[in-house]
Write a protein that binds this ligand. Structure first.
Ligand code: SAH
Length: 278
């Protein structure tokens, strides 16, 4: 099967990884099987040749797949079109109005509660925002869980702990909205054609925000500014906001070392700092 570069197509071809993804999606537990199935309406982004789709279908109540490539859609319809709990939408996941399209579909396809996808890496950021929302506008109806194949480097950021090198603005933005964990690392040779980068499967669980910022838009801007120059100390990145001594004082009041760098602050500290700077 030929691939189109502009759609970032790399076919997953490793049964063990596929099994790990399916397991991470918590579709069926032994004793709870029927209940778990009734509870899994899956959204898949970029089904490609359907390798993952095929395994999801028997374990989920329904699978809605969104694929941009018309040629692939034709093939998918031939392969999987007869399966009752499968709905294929041709289009761009970023511009498609999923809610209104699904409102007209049979009930089993409405309001998918899980996302399972090996996504096109060139639009990872926008996909994350589409699925989770953003600090200033979290998703109105959050998914129960989201299992994604991402570029390893991005995965590292998603589940990074504060203080580690990988902890960046993306870590704060995503961890504000969801808890994140690594499911498995995926070497580049698990795909055909082999991509230049390694991958990782991550699981995100959107959750109620423990302590929302007083002004979420302010927090969003603060995080952007705080990480604007990673090598600098945080107070240097923030010096436009407050006079230097005042900023040091605020950091000390929050028990944040005035020498700290942006990556040293966990989500709760970002929230506290945003509130204190108001
Ligand atoms: N899930 C498959 C394919 C992954 S490759 C597998 O694991 O083998 C990424 C897939 O996303 C491709 O099928 C590509 O055509 C599709 N894609 C790329 N951009 C897209 C977009 N904006 N909206 C929906 N699908 C897209």
């Amino acid at each position: 099967m030929r691939t189109k570069k502009r759609f970032a197509q790399h076919w997953l071809s490793n049964d063990k990884i596929i099994a790990d993804i399916i397991e991470a999606a918590e579709l069926s537990h032994d004793s709870l099987q029927s209940e778990a199935i009734a509870n899994s309406r899956v959204l898949e982004i970029g089904p490609g040749t359907g390798i993952l789709t095929r395994q999801l279908l028997p374990k989920a109540q329904s699978v809605v797949a969104v694929e941009i490539d018309r040629d692939l859609c034709k093939k998918l319809v031939k392969k999987l079109g007869q399966i009752e709990n499968f709905l294929l939408l041709q289009g761009d996941i970023l511009s498609l109005d999923l809610d209104s399209l699904l409102a007209r579909a049979p009930a089993i396809f409405q309001q998918p509660n899980k996302v399972v996808a090996n996504i096109p890496y060139n639009i990872t950021g926008p996909i994350l925002e589409k699925l989770l929302g953003k600090i200033s506008m979290p998703a109105a109806v959050p998914y129960d869980l989201i299992v994604l194949m991402v570029q390893k480097e991005v995965g590292d950021r998603l589940y990074a702990s504060p203080g580690s090198r990988a902890f960046g603005a993306l870590s704060v933005r995503v961890q504000y909205l969801a808890s994140c964990e690594l499911i498995c690392d995926v070497p580049a040779n698990c795909f055909y054609p082999k991509p230049k980068v390694d991958s990782a499967v991550v699981r995100l669980r959107p959750r109620p925000i423990e302590r929302p910022a007083d002004d979420p838009r302010k927090l969003e801007q603060l995080v952007k500014l705080g990480f604007s120059s990673k090598r600098k100390m945080l107070h240097n990145n923030l010096k436009g906001l407050k006079e230097r001594d005042r900023l040091t004082q605020i950091l000390e009041q929050l028990d944040i070392n005035p020498q700290a760098r942006a990556e040293d602050l966990g989500v709760a500290q970002w929230v506290a700092l945003s509130n204190a700077l108001a």
